[in-house]
Design a protein around this ligand. Sequence first.
Ligand SMILES: [Zn+2]
Length: 315
Amino acid sequence: MPRTGFVTSPAFLQHDTGPGHPERPGRLQAVHERIGAAGLLDELDVLQAAPVDLSWIDAVHAPGHSTGIREAIEGGTSSFDGDTLVSAGSWDAALRAAGGALQAADRIMAGQWSNAFVAARPPGHHAEASRVMGYCLFNNVVITARYLQKHHGLERIAILDWDVHHGNGTQHLTEDDPTIHFTSLHQFPHYPGTGAAGECGHGDGAGSVVNCPMEAGDGDDEYLRVFDARALTAIESFDPEFILISAGFDPHLRDPLSATRVSAEGFRRMSLGITDLARTRCSGKVLSLLEGGYDLLGLAESVEAHISTLLEARA
Ligand SMILES: [Zn+2]
């Protein structure tokens, strides 16, 4: 039976964002401890992430974006903006965050894995074509979508983003392209300010973006209603060949960076919804990339629920 992949690397802990930063190495340590204690690590096929070939970053980001980041980090930069802090280990971590996602895509395409979760940091969905932003250096999910198209020859990729913050970078990098569908559920208004319901794609990509703004205070009931009625419906009618998830767990009720109130059970049910859809539409091909999630308990219990569902969904 194809397995569920889990991509990790000690390099992800070397991306040091400094004291008091919410996007911290302890997030991954909490995830590892939780899924280890639950016995899930034994069921997963654990893979160490390798650095991405820079050509795949340059296929998505503007010329000079990756070089500028590398030179700044090598030059000792500790911050790109007030949110996006880095250390000497951040370059290697960022390369492996993107690279691990592409390795997972390869294994899913080869039939070796049914689905996978990439437990990487830094996250990616705020990164714009030529700008780091919101803890993100490279837009890992769009890099993976383009890789699936250019390297594996797929045509239609769906990106589902349930991080509580709108994936502005993902939207901007794909919104004029009808071959990549982007559905996002996010607190609105909230950081980064984009993601209004009226933003639905440009030009040939008109209709390829579905933004589902959620309100402060919304919990499992509100999320699941919108998820079933809008997100799943939109992705199903797009008829994807592969589904990527920007899996941020910061809509969790304990999270310090949101006012939404999703529980681990809510994440389990969204995971079940998308894996069920994937089974009927694209042979179960789901690759999930960690984005946000800043309360250690809320993150760890939600990732456990998510990975449990991926394991149950193996085709
Ligand atoms: Zn977030």
